[in-house]
Design a protein around this ligand. Structure first.
Ligand SMILES: [Zn+2]
Length: 99
């Protein structure tokens, strides 16, 4: 993959990676007799839902080793190793198909 802005805008270091979101389930133990529940200490990650964070223009969010982040265009989207959902910018149209 290739990014239009590969280096951090703050410190000049190269991107460490893309920022991703992924859902998970923090597992809980069976309820106690009084109905309370405690976390078991395990979290089940839903890796199939992992997505790259993008801005409304479709640029991906990158992060450097110093923790700075910025958005960049992807110059060769086919080079991404994971499937992403592009939020297509649509001017003058309603978003989604909610009733
Ligand atoms: Zn930086």
């Amino acid at each position: 993959m290739k990014f239009a802005t590969m280096n951090c805008l703050d410190c000049g270091k190269p991107a460490r990676g893309t920022v991703e979101t992924v859902s998970s389930v923090a597992l809980v133990n069976d309820p106690a007799p009084d109905g309370t529940m405690e976390y078991s200490g395990e979290t089940e990650m839903w890796w199939d839902e992992q997505r790259t964070v993008r801005d409304p223009q479709g640029r991906v969010q990158l992060v450097c080793r110093n923790g700075h982040d910025w958005f960049s265009e992807v110059l060769d989207p086919d080079g991404l190793s994971f499937e992403v959902e592009l939020p297509l910018p649509q001017s003058g149209q309603d978003e989604g198909s909610k009733p």
